[in-house]
Each structure stands twice: as structure tokens, then as C-alpha cells.
Design a protein around this ligand. Structure first.
Ligand code: ADP
Ligand code: MG
Length: 686
């Protein structure tokens, strides 16, 4: 270790103090998120190369990375090939077979190999039984393998290979005790966990599979505990005295004003919300309901009650299209009560924006509907009492916090159609109470879903033409805006020109995509909604929320590109009226998994079943991409497979927080710090 005599190592010492780490390497480490010694110690291997169970040459699997043990028979020496490449070669073998090993441009490769000695070679064995070969393998001596039978393979980056990282880590391992152990000793004993230092040492250099397993178990436990503590602490913080006290409202006048009756589920959700808003602490509630279950109406009732009580309300939506649709619908519902609705989006003209901001500040607007423009600094509410976030999965925990900070502890309602299986829901939304809309408004017929190939496109368009003839409208969704060089994707523009307009020559076809100006988007949407367009060719910008009940067919091109939950969302754009509705998944991809996945969607319209299938086949990534919810990405734990550890961590976290709700006791300082670090990285607690 460089300068060992002069500097005292701490977990926060920068990695550049390590021997062999100059400014360049330090920069590369930073790319991997590694700045300090503690970051490096906690950069765990992705997997190991197992030298402990070498293959015999004859049994080495073909064309796969593996380790074989062989004795060196001869070292004929190196030579220069035509073209200047250098080649070293040895012959080796075991009791049964021979092996020819070659290295290119590595003059030192054979220097230390001794004839008559056994070595371990790691690489790919090729060739037939009679002439087995290996090119550029890694070599280890039996002594090396005994000392370190499992070699770590690290996530690497350009210019910083796994083996360089391994060398740096190896220098540090004698100092693993530097890392303080955040877990109290009783807990280690109770769950028979390794100490932090033991676990860190073992995960980098396990002596056996059991040791690697024990190390992982301990580190996974710690990670899940810290995650649970963070979520629990957020919840405890959220349980502050409300800044918008109100009396419990009776929703009847609002229900009476509607042209239809609310569903039982809508009534129940609204009752829960109104009770929350009449409590001493501010509401933190998630409204979960499948596409089309009528979440907007529930939000409207809550907003109505809030304005009645003398406060302002805000509704945040992920896209401009959705925001203006909400503003229009809510205006229709609320204006009969004399309530004033304002729309605030990023695409607004400066003067319009200024007028709207003044209205918000002076309490002349009762409900403000908008995109994330609502979160910007210039927006000051006179008396915000309720913040609603639609399609929560499109935002992060962070935006949730930013909106809530526009006032002192307003009530918060978040809505999501992404149905999340319960165990994951507890994690993502652990800090929220949950209401579920498990009932669709009456008169809906399930959307009929079919998989077809591009060959059937003409028939499909014939069908579309018929539907349009019956007064219906159709959506056509394609993935990308520009043509891709590989030609594999259907670009929305050329699809619009060459396919949709050609195959529907007598129909009015519109084009919608994310690169249009907000005004253009609004105009196209308006045309479609008002029936001035028969068909809309679009990218997935229409995925969330868009509500045009007269649309009855959804065609999704390159359907294989999307997760089932996204397809389900898109399908949810139709089947909103009483008419029979259709969804066509067009794909020329014949892979079995793709076909199975698409068939599954044809077989069900239940959003929970769809999410469960996605989860089982694609893993929790779709739910846990940190972008979607703002919670930390986990480094080592796997929420689907580590469920037993998860439950243990869950109950320990609950017990800890019961005794110390905000983790303020000195005994918990290390855990609190760890929580802060984990959630800071995700931007969730700011
Ligand atoms: P989502 O839950 O997907 O956000 P929306 O709020 O967009 O669903 O509602 C879908 C459609 O159902 C809208 O056209 C809405 O007007 C209609 N709707 C909502 N509640 C009812 C109800 N109780 N009876 C009839 N139609 C309803
Ligand atoms: Mg909606």
C-alpha cells in the first residue's frame, strides 16, 4: 500500500491511495461508482471462476469457458508469424488425452511453465478428440489454486479489467476490518450471520462454495434490512401532523352530479380517502386499479372534497397529452360546483404561464393539472391541500416528495395501473396505504386479443376499414420514430406514409409521436377525440391514460418488443366503451418464448395475471428499474429469490423502527448512515 506509513486508512480514503492506482485508474473506478476504499471493498464479484473442480481434457465441455488440469509435456518455443504476430506454443496432456495450447502476442506466457509440472488452464477447449486445442488460456499453479480456488469476476469497465480490480481488492482485504459492522452483535448471533469483515473477505476470496454462500447471505440480509429501514423511516416521517386539516366530507353531492353511478370499488376507495383526509396526520395513499377501472373519478371526488374544504389541489400527470385530457375531464366534473381548473405544462407560452402562475399563487385556481412543470420552482400554491400523482410508476419517489413539499404536509394520493404483486408492492410502496379498485365500470366487454404475423396485414386492414365504416376508430402503434439501419423495426413515419395511408386510402389517418411539438400533439389528439380522424398511427406516447371511448381496435406492430405489462397498458386504450373491442399483436418473431408470451396476453385481460407472468419470466427488472420508482437499485439481493431473507429483514426492520422510529439512537447511527447512503444514491430522500 502506497504511503502506508503516512496516511491512516479509513473507509472514506480515496482509492487513488492504493498502490498502482493513478489518476487515470481512479477515474475509471469512478465510472463504476467506486471512489473510496469502502466502495471498492463493497464492489462484489458478479461470479467466480471455479478452479477447484477442473475437467479432464477428454471431458471438457466443447466451446464453453472451463478449467482443465494438464501436465506440460514440451515447450517448443515461440516464433513470429507472417504478418508479425508472435506465437508461443506448448503441448500438454493428462493420462488420457493431449492438448495443444497456443498464445498470441504474449511472449511471457510460457516462460514460467516447467516441463513435467501440472497446471490449471482456463479457457475454451476446441477441436476433435484427437487434436484438442486451447488458445490464450489463463494459467494457475496448484499452489495458487489451493490458496484461492474461486477467482472473482468483477463488473468491469473500459480500461479497468476484472483482474486489475481483483488485484486492488486483494491489497485491501487484510484491511477489511476498516468497514464498520452496522448489524448489532445480537442480530448476527440470532441469524447466524458472518461479521461484515468476514463476509467481505469471503465474498471476494471464498475458500469454498459454502463460504461464498454464507458471505452472500449475510450481505443480502444487510442490504434488505437497510432497504426496509429506509422505507419504514420514510413512512414514519410522512406521518406528520397534516397541514390541511379538514372535516370528513360527504361525497353524495358529487356522486349525484354524475351521469352514471360510481362502482362499489370507487365508493369504497373514496370513503377511505375522505377518512384519511379528515385525520390528524396527512394522507399517504396509493390507489391501484387496472387500466380502465376509473381511477380518475376517484381522484376527482377527492379533489372535489379538498376544494370544498377550502384548499387547492394539484394533479401531476406524466405526459402533456394526459395532462390536458385530465384538465378537460376534471373541468367538466368540477365546474358545475364553481370550481376553477388550470392547466400548467412545459409547452406553454410565457405570458400564459405567467397568468396561470399568478392565479395559482393568488388562490384563483382551485385545481392545477399539469406535467412535471408543476414541480418547477416558480410554482407557488396559495394553500395546497391535496397532491395527486397519476401513473405513479412513471415518476420516482423523488417527484412524490417534491410535490408534497409545495406546501406543509399536504395530503398525497398516488395512482397506478401497473399492478404489482404483493411482495414487491410492499417494498415499492411500503410507505403508503393502499386502496384497490378491483371492479370495472359496468357494460365493458373484454378486449379480444389476437396474435398475427405481418403476412396477415392486408386482411387486418380490411377489418380496420370495416370497423371504421361502423363509426369506430383505431390505434396503430409502432416502436420507433426513425427507420433503423437494420430495417427490423417499423418506424412510425414510414409506417404512416407507406402502410397506413396506402392501405386505408379513403380514411382520415393521423400521426402522433414524441417528437411533435406540444401544440401539434394536442391538436392531433383533439382531432382523434372529436372523431375528425379515423385512425391514429402513434408511438407508445399514448401508452398511459389516454381515454377515447369510441376507439375499438388497437394494433401493435413489433409486439415482441414490449413487456406484457406495457402491452396490457396499450390494450387498455380500447374497450372503454360498450362496443366490442379488439387488440392485434403483430409480430414476425417466431421464437418460442415470444410466441408464448404473446399468446398469454391473448388468454387473459387480468392485469395482475399479466404482471405476475412478466415477473416470473422477465424478473423484477420491469418493476425495479430505479427510474420507475426512485427506490435504490439493489447491489446483491434479488427480491424474487431471496424471499426468506427478505421476510427476516422485514420483521427485524419493523422491530427496530418500533423502538426508534427515525433511527436516531446512537446504536443505530451506522444503520442510519447506511440508509442515507443507499437512498441518497437513488435521490429518493431529497
Ligand atoms: P383508469 O383507471 O385507467 O385511469 P379512467 O379513469 O380513464 O380509467 O376511466 C376509464 C373510463 O371509464 C372513462 O371513460 C370514465 O369516464 C369511465 N368511467 C369511470 N367510472 C365509471 C363508472 N362508475 N361508470 C361508468 N363509466 C365510468
Ligand atoms: Mg388513468
Amino acid at each position: 500500500m502506497a504511503d502506508e506509513n503516512r496516511i491512516t486508512l479509513t473507509p472514506d480514503t480515496p482509492v487513488r491511495y492504493l498502490k498502482g492506482v493513478g489518476p487515470k485508474t481512479a477515474q475509471r473506478f469512478e465510472k463504476l461508482g467506486i471512489v473510496t476504499l469502502s466502495d471498492l471493498l463493497c464492489h462484489y464479484p458478479r461470479r467466480y471462476v471455479d478452479f477447484s473442480k477442473p475437467y479432464s481434457i477428454a471431458e471438457a465441455p466443447a466451446d464453453t469457458e472451463c478449467v482443465v488440469r494438464a501436465e506440460v509435456f514440451a515447450k517448443p518455443g515461440g516464433r513470429i508469424l507472417p504478418g508479425g504476430r508472435r506465437m508461443e506454443r506448448i503441448t500438454a496432456g493428462d493420462a488420457v488425452s493431449g492438448l495443444e495450447i497456443t498464445w498470441f502476442n504474449n511472449p511471457y506466457a510460457t516462460r514460467k511453465l516447467e516441463i513435467g509440472q501440472e497446471y490449471y488452464f482456463q479457457g475454451i477447449v476446441t477441436g476433435g478428440m484427437l487434436r484438442r486445442q486451447m488458445v490464450n488460456p489463463q494459467v494457475r499453479t496448484p499452489q495458487q489454486v489451493t490458496a484461492s480456488p474461486f477467482e472473482p469476476v468483477y463488473p468491469q469497465t473500459e480500461g479497468l479489467s476484472s483482474s486489475v480490480i481483483a488485484k486492488c481488492v486483494a491489497q485491501l482485504l487484510p484491511h477489511a476490518e476498516l468497514l464498520p459492522d452496522p448489524l448489532p452483535p445480537e442480530m448476527l448471533r440470532k441469524y447466524r450471520l458472518l461479521s461484515k469483515a468476514e463476509a467481505v473477505r469471503a465474498i471476494h476470496r471464498p475458500g469454498s462454495e459454502e463460504e461464498a454462500h454464507a458471505a452472500r447471505r449475510r450481505l443480502i440480509y444487510e442490504e434488505l434490512l437497510v432497504l426496509q429501514l429506509g422505507i419504514g423511516r420514510m413512512k414514519n416521517r410522512g406521518a406528520a401532523a397534516t397541514g390541511a386539516p379538514m372535516r370528513q366530507a360527504d361525497p353524495e353531492p358529487f356522486w349525484q352530479s354524475l351521469p352514471f353511478s360510481p362502482t362499489g370499488a370507487q365508493r369504497r376507495a373514496v370513503d377511505q380517502i375522505l377518512a384519511d383526509m379528515a385525520g390528524d396526520t396527512s394522507m399517504n395513499r396509493l390507489l391501484q386499479g387496472d387500466v380502465g377501472s376509473g381511477k380518475t373519478l376517484v381522484a376527482a371526488a377527492a379533489i372535489w372534497a379538498c376544494i370544498r374544504a377550502g384548499y387547492q389541489a394539484a394533479l401531476l400527470a406524466p405526459t402533456e397529452i394526459l395532462a390536458s385530457q385530465h384538465a378537460e375531464n376534471l373541468n367538466r366534473l368540477l365546474s358545475p360546483f364553481g370550481m376553477r381548473v388550470a392547466l400548467l405544462t412545459g409547452g406553454m407560452k410565457a405570458t400564459a404561464r405567467r397568468t396561470t402562475l399568478a392565479a395559482i399563487r393568488q388562490d384563483e385556481a382551485d385545481l392545477i393539472v399539469g406535467t412535471h412543470a408543476i414541480l418547477s420552482q416558480g410554482v407557488e400554491f396559495a394553500r395546497l391541500g391535496l397532491a395527486v400523482i397519476d401513473e405513479q410508476h412513471r415518476f420516482g419517489v423523488r417527484q412524490r416528495g417534491m410535490l408534497a413539499e409545495k406546501a406543509t404536509n399536504p395530503h398525497l394520493l398516488v395512482m397506478s395501473a401497473t399492478p404489482i404483486p404483493r411482495t414487491l408492492g410492499l417494498l415499492i410502496y411500503g410507505d403508503l396505504d393502499i386502496s384497490i379498485l378491483d371492479e370495472l365500470p359496468p357494460g365493458r366487454t373484454p378486449v379480444k386479443t389476437r396474435c398475427i404475423t405481418g403476412k396477415k396485414r392486408r386482411d387486418l386492414y380490411h377489418f380496420l376499414d370495416q370497423e371504421i365504416g361502423r363509426g369506430r376508430q383505431v390505434y396503430l402503434v409502432c416502436p420507433a420514430i426513425e427507420d433503423t439501419p437494420d430495417g427490423g423495426l417499423t418506424a412510425v413515419r414510414s409506417y404512416y406514409e407507406d402502410i397506413a395511408k396506402t392501405l386505408l386510402p379513403d380514411r382520415r389517418v393521423g400521426l402522433m409521436h414524441g417528437k411533435l411539438k406540444p401544440k401539434e400533439k394536442a391538436a392531433v389528439m383533439e382531432d382523434f377525440k372529436e372523431g375528425r380522424l379515423d385512425a391514429l398511427v402513434s408511438t407508445t406516447v399514448i401508452e398511459v391514460g389516454v381515454d377515447v371511448p369510441n376507439a375499438s381496435v388497437m394494433v401493435i406492430e413489433n409486439a415482441e418488443r414490449y413487456g406484457l405489462s406495457a402491452l396490457h397498458q396499450l390494450r387498455g386504450r380500447v374497450g372503454r366503451g360498450a362496443a366490442e373491442s379488439w387488440c392485434f399483436l403483430v409480430s414476425d418473431n417466431s421464437s418460442e418464448t415470444v410466441q408464448k408470451r404473446l399468446k398469454f396476453l391473448c388468454s387473459t385481460t387480468d392485469g395482475f395475471a399479466v404482471a405476475q407472468y412478466d415477473l416470473e419470466t422477465r424478473g423484477p427488472g420491469d418493476f425495479f428499474g430505479s427510474r420507475q420508482h426512485g427506490l435504490p437499485t439493489l447491489q446483491i439481493a434479488d427480491l424474487m429469490n431471496d424471499t426468506r431473507t427478505l421476510h427476516a429483514a422485514q420483521s427485524e426492520a419493523a422491530a427496530l423502527l418500533a423502538a426508534d422510529p427515525l433511527l436516531e439512537k446512537p446504536d443505530h447511527a451506522l444503520l442510519a448512515r447506511q440508509v442515507q447512503q443507499m437512498f441518497d444514491a437513488a435521490g429518493a430522500m431529497n
